[in-house]
Design a protein around this ligand. Sequence first.
Ligand code: CA
Length: 229
Amino acid sequence: MPLNILIVEDEPAIQELIAVNLEGAGHHALRAADAEQALAIMRQTLPDLVLLDWMLPGQSGLAIARHLRGNARTRGTPIIMLTAKSAEQDKILGLEAGADDYITKPFSPRELLARIKAVLRRRAPQLTDDVVEVKGLRLDPAAHRVSGNGQTLDLGPTEFRLLHFFMTHAERVHSRAQLLDQVWGDHVYVEERTVDVHIRRLRQALEASGHDALIETVRGTGYRFAVAA
Ligand code: CA
């Protein structure tokens, strides 16, 4: 799945090397050389993941990580710190500031891509191509296919993303606003009622195999993909 990845790195050669490798892996690289540029980009486009250099002119990567974690819009965005520092104490500081992982320079492109994948599995599994299977319901992101007990189910693109998000975030209750943010995307202005329309369509699509019952309405709150029962 192509991702928008923001690289915050002031050394042009390293920034370029990372961007080339990300693009080679099919992702889209956004680039910033300092905090100001990074925040300006993030106001326009909320990236799927941020690669954040520690030593930057002006605000440090650590300060940026704290800032992103303190802001409702960017709180959930995965962050990987890039740094020449390898001391245990620095690593702890980075993780305390809200970074999800930490890569010490120099690193190989292969290690970088592996770390990105590992962080996404943990923080945003709906952005990976991993097949998810719950109670006979199987969703294959790479093939864009859903089946229930072996029977192919026909879902529209929005219903597909909605189901992918539910399956990777089971049991939790999601409000309509949260679903809009997570499934429709940032800076998309649609009414919350739209969520109900697509939930209805998703349930209809899942009826064929009886998996529609997994999507519960939580009165006054939102929806839950319930698999524990
Ligand atoms: Ca630097």
